[in-house]
Design a protein around this ligand. Sequence first.
Ligand code: NDP
Length: 295
Amino acid sequence: MTVPLLTLNNGVQLPTIGLGVFQTPPDETTDAVEAALRAGYRHIDTAAAYGNEQQVGEGIRRSGVPRDEVLIETKVWISDYGYDATLHAFEKSAGKLGVDTIDLFILHQALPSRFDLTIEAYKALETLFAEGKVRAIGVSNFMPEHLEKLLAETTVVPAVNQIELHPYFQQKELQAANAAHGILTQAWSPIGGITHYRDSDKSALEDPALLAIAETHGKSAAQVMLRWGIQEGRSVIPKSTKATRIAENFDVFDFELTPDQLAAIDDLDTGTRGGPEPEFITLDNFGKPIPEAGE
Ligand code: NDP
């Protein structure tokens, strides 16, 4: 199965579905990445803050899939924001991944209380892009006001904005803001995984409406959520450490949700975020240091 592609605003092509590796322990990451590439995935989403970039690189090399057929996305953590620090963050991530070029390099968060540092970090991404060291640049967890401030002071429109997005939290205004600027919405926790570690929250995987839709197609709730994201034009990056689920999550190209089913899923939005509030990200509460490559 050749994975369908989305075209970013600079012409780079991004697979509609990729493997996420947040909370994938380093000693399970190589196997997960290799399993994904064998199943047909060609996009891996990692981050400096996940501590497993080295194992992502190993998994890609071990799979035997040529480097230029795999889109590697990684993220700069806030402790590395600032022009020179972010240029160096590229060296750290590329060194751990074992690559010369990063395909999609994005800012992991806005730093609302230090937006000056956020801008400097993004300007470093623009330099890396101009030098051809990264093929596309973008952001994550930016709210509409963060996008406006960024666009006012920089030149290259982000290719993606990676945001929390699953049936229980859909951020429709933010999706519209992304679209208005030509920024692709990339959905993190696309099967609602963010609720898995918040015990009080219900899991979208057990949602009766999603299970009923899934039954009509002989699919799982996870597959329905991923199909919903893909049919609505988003990039989705589900995470699993299990080869069977990695394959299951990729097996979403042989059925189609009806307009009524898409609308029913659109109606499941609770407006309640599972992850951290972007406005409250600060260096004091989230600013852990990122090790050098080889440390
Ligand atoms: P997901 O929505 O991908 O859900 C992952 C959870 O669902 C895991 O507990 C996984 O368990 C389980 N799971 C996976 N597939 C299935 C299945 N078919 N059936 C049942 N359970 C399943 O959540 P994530 O929060 O991991 O988000 C995905 C990716 O998005 C991350 O890995 C990361 O790349 C990115 N992300 C980005 C963030 C950001 O700030 N930019 C924040 C959070 C995530 P198991 O592994 O045991 O299968």
